[in-house]
Design a protein around this ligand. Structure first.
Ligand SMILES: *Cc1c(COP(=O)(O)O)cnc(C)c1O
Length: 225
């Protein structure tokens, strides 16, 4: 794909997002985080050149490497992966704009402690395992509000901005929709929450219809890879 073809490809995605956004609410704003975990710096640069600023990685080392390679560009970096405890300090030092996948109270406590030691704060989302899948990280739907409030009251260096969820891993649209609606319900019941991060390449239109305001799009934004 040359630059013009690539722009046309990305514009088609924006049109679908725009359509779904209006179905939800004409005033609804949806942000896009391009998940660049499967591509190299040159692909990020191509997408940046047609206007995309926010990128997300799922490995701390990849985040650091790509930040370094692209540090001449004003990019906004997100972290969306599982955070192992031996990588907490590295993530803090990488200073992500938003950590989407804070997946348990224990992890929040461990992160909070290291943040305190470094006199730093971090904006985070609580990851909810809305479809209750073994393979996925995150707090269960039933305990999500409780854990959210405990983190807010006990972890002073973590700034919770909302919730994140990965849609049910199935081709069954109703199960995916149900997991999105549950996540949005948690979001709606927390007054201070402003970000509802859900929707990936295969399910982003549905996610928007269910109220997502932040998409994490990987493969569809990087088609040549
Ligand atoms: C890889 C990844 C995405 C993007 O997935 P695509 O299907 O490629 O759009 C979104 N969120 C998380 C947490 C991921 O790991």
């Amino acid at each position: 794909m040359n630059e013009i073809e690539y722009k046309i490809h990305v514009d088609k995605i924006y049109e679908k997002i725009e359509f779904a956004r209006k179905l939800f609410d004409s005033h609804h704003i949806v942000r896009i985080v391009a998940i660049s975990k499967s591509v190299q710096a040159d692909a990020i640069e191509s997408l940046y050149n047609i206007g995309q600023r926010a990128y997300g990685e799922n490995r701390v080392q990849d985040l650091i490497d790509k930040q370094k390679k692209l540090d001449d560009l004003p990019l906004e970096w997100h972290f969306v992966g599982r955070l192992q405890s031996n990588k907490i300090n590295s993530l803090i030092d990488a200073n992500p704009h938003l950590f989407h996948s804070l997946s348990s109270f224990d992890l929040a406590q461990a992160l909070d402690k290291r943040l305190a030691a470094k006199s730093k704060k971090m904006d985070c989302l609580l990851q909810i395992n809305s479809a209750n899948e073994e393979s996925k990280a995150g707090v269960s739907y039933d305990e999500a509000i409780d854990v959210y409030q405990r983190i807010e009251s006990e972890c002073q260096n973590i700034k919770l901005k909302g919730v994140m969820s990965i849609g049910a891993h199935t081709a069954d649209k109703e199960s995916i929709e149900s997991s999105f609606r549950k996540t949005r319900a948690v979001f709606d019941s927390i007054d201070s929450a402003t970000i509802c991060s859900m929707g990936m390449s295969s399910d982003y239109e549905l996610a928007i219809e269910c109220g997502s305001n932040m998409l994490r799009l990987g493969s569809t934004l990087f088609p040549q890879h």
